[in-house]
Design a binder for this molecule. Structure first.
Ligand SMILES: Cc1cc2nc3c(=O)[nH]c(=O)nc-3n(C[C@H](O)[C@H](O)[C@H](O)COP(=O)(O)OP(=O)(O)OC[C@H]3O[C@@H](n4cnc5c(N)ncnc54)[C@H](O)[C@@H]3O)c2cc1C
Length: 482
């Protein structure tokens, strides 16, 4: 083998996955088609669960230092914003951080841990057998071949890995598109005076201004068609009466609402993650965030398999857990996009305004806010558990963890809290960090490396060493016998 894992694509998903694998001591090579980072940012948001997983690895501060927080985010562009501050987390906000910076920080992290990143290397085909995957590509010195135990396609919506592995990508084609422009010059007074317009405007670093516009006249233009400066300017004037003084476009792009979800996130020794597994309209800013959760879920499982302690079936839980999460995102963005699309269809303005008003009033109900905020922030993501306590599969919250809880999994191990410390330390010392504290309101708690709950024992249930061993073995593999 040339390496344990090849990752195709050094976007946010591939970079976090590479870091997670390297953290576990796995040899990983990330191949990136581009010659260098282009510096453009599609995404601008990191939602609460993303901050939490970065905190689990002790690196959240790096990201927080470079962005600014806002109390929540929108859903379907409704006037009333989602309030994340009511959620059960230390990070009840959205971090406004440009994707280029997120990628830069993730790349630094991956390199620090020893992941090898090769720019200018495009993956073009793969062939897998029972023992590994042969990856073929084109690099700066011509064709190359690599053999690895596993290959992960983090190569975006048009994933070559997904296609070559024969993973189907069913869904719906786009029916509408929006235009995006980053401008070096914009009349800030006009922007401030604009108030509520059919636009999304955001200040970017370097004095740039991002404007996103969806126009009834241009919304049926296919997302693949390039945007011209004149088209953008004319659309602004048509919709708002002003061009906002835009000049010196740094990036113009069109994006649409094609929505697709990989039928299987795994095909033998090949996996897909991030946009390679799911595409949708960027409503409520969830794509990058979802990719980070995919990476966090897959990293430790793949590392466990390579290191040799994975219990049977562990790798299959990646699809079982992340596919439903992908379904939630593709469904909620479909719903949000429909509302946006209908707003723009002639004849629908009045009824859609009435519907928006109704939804805004519903968002005033705390439970409705909590439900949608939990969905968009990904804090309510709970992985399917066949039986047992309903907490199993949910994320471990800071309250359960105690103040130092998140620190325990910095090194990517499981964390165990409770009465069986001696048994756990003896049997799984290499995989489980044993806490000195007890979890709040529980007798025992086993937290997975990705921060989700593997097993709990309630205070009302009697201790049972055999049950504990069975539960731990299910996720962390067999105990080491000496
Ligand atoms: C306008 C817009 C706004 C958005 N805003 C948000 C937001 O606010 N919040 C949010 O969470 N999400 C947002 N998104 C979505 C977000 O940008 C994506 O979900 C995210 O970039 C996906 O990350 P990824 O690493 O999975 O894929 P990508 O970022 O697409 O990275 C894939 C990488 O693979 C490389 N690659 C492709 N093919 C190959 C190959 N054959 N060999 C080697 N390398 C290859 C590419 O060059 C690329 O670097 C937005 C999207 C758009 C269009």
């Amino acid at each position: 083998m040339d390496t344990d894992v090849v990752i195709s694509g050094a976007g946010p998903t591939g970079l976090l996955l590479g870091a997670e694998l390297a953290l576990a001591g796995v040899r990983v090579r990330i191949l990136e088609r581009q010659q260098a980072r282009h510096g453009q940012s599609r995404a601008l948001t990191l939602h609460p669960r993303s901050i939490e997983i970065l905190e689990l690895r002790g690196i959240a501060d790096r990201f927080l230092a470079q962005g600014r927080t806002v109390p929540g985010w929108h859903f379907a562009g409704l006037s009333r914003r989602l309030d994340f501050s009511v959620l059960d987390t230390r990070h009840g906000y959205t971090l406004f951080l440009e994707q280029a910076r997120t990628e830069q920080l993730l790349e630094e992290r991956a390199r620090e841990l020893g992941a090898e990143i090769s720019y200018g290397h495009e993956v073009v085909s793969l062939a897998q057998d029972d023992n590994g995957v042969d990856v073929a590509g084109i690099g700066p010195d011509g064709d190359f071949r690599l053999r690895a135990a596993y290959l992960v396609g983090c190569d975006g919506g048009r994933s070559k890995v997904r296609e070559s592995a024969g993973i189907r990508f069913p869904g719906s084609d786009g029916t509408m598109s929006s235009m995006l422009g980053d401008f070096a010059v914009a009349d800030q007074e006009a922007i401030a005076a604009a108030g509520r317009t059919p636009l999304l405007i955001a200040p970017l670093s370097g004095g740039l201004t991002r404007i996103v516009v969806t126009s009834p006249e241009r919304m049926r233009v296919p997302a693949t068609e390039p945007v011209t400066f004149e088209e953008f300017r004319a659309t602004l004037v048509e919709l708002t009466g002003t061009s906002f003084g835009i000049a010196e476009p740094r990036w113009l792009s069109r994006f649409g609402n094609a929505t697709r979800l990989a039928e299987n996130y795994r095909s033998g020794r090949v996996f897909v993650a991030g946009d390679a597994a799911h595409i949708h309209f960027p409503a409520a800013g969830q794509g990058l965030n979802t990719g980070l959760q995919d990476a966090m879920n897959l990293g430790w499982k793949l590392a466990a398999e390579i290191t040799g302690w994975a219990p049977p079936g562990l790798l299959d839980t990646y699809h079982a857990e992340r596919f439903p999460a992908g379904q939630l995102v593709t469904d909620n963005t479909r719903a949000q996009t429909l509302l946006l699309e209908l707003t723009l269809v002639p004849g629908y303005q009045r009824p859609v305004a009435a519907l928006r008003g109704l939804l805004d009033s519903l968002l005033e109900i705390p439970e409705v806010n909590a439900r949608l905020a939990g969905l968009v922030s990904a804090l309510s993501t709970s992985y399917p558990a066949p039986e047992g306590d309903p907490l199993i599969g949910a994320r471990a919250t800071g309250r359960m963890f105690g103040p130092e809880g998140a620190d325990l999994v910095h090194s990517g191990t499981f964390a165990y809290f409770g009465d069986g410390a001696e048994q756990v330390a003896e049997g799984w010392k290499d995989r489980i960090t044993v806490a000195g504290t007890r979890p709040e309101n529980l007798s025992e708690l086993l937290v997975r490396p990705d921060g989700h709950i593997a097993w709990v024992r309630r205070a009302t249930d009697p201790p049972d060493a055999a049950l504990r061993e069975a539960a731990i073995t299910d996720w962390a593999g067999a105990a080491v016998r000496r």
